[in-house]
Design a binder for this molecule. Sequence first.
Ligand code: 5GP
Length: 112
Amino acid sequence: MTIFAEIIAGRAPASRVYEDDDVLAFMDIRPFTPGHLLVIPKVPASSLAELDPAIGGRLFQVGQLLAAALRESEVGCDGVNFFLADGVTAGQEVFHVHLHVIPRKAGDGFGL
Ligand code: 5GP
């Protein structure tokens, strides 16, 4: 069981920003930039190969909504990166698929 499964179950804390039957989004505990969010499927999938493509579509759809919301929020970003690490070689650390939604501002010093 991963920490994200614990968050879904409510056994670990997280700052939740969006939730529906399929997807949960919450603040990253170590944000790359202020407002950095993670969007995860509620049904655990450790890798893209295990992820139901329909749920993958929902991750992107929710990420798209959150990106628009971030642009309107006090975060005040003028750009957004989506990022997904699949596998150790790609930098994946938590083996429950997650889409990073990373607000960007000119001069924020973050390089992806
Ligand atoms: P990865 O490297 O697997 O793509 O990213 C994992 C992300 O999960 C990292 O950005 C890390 O900060 C975040 N993370 C790890 N543990 C926790 C946690 O317990 N709570 C939250 N909110 N984020 C976490």
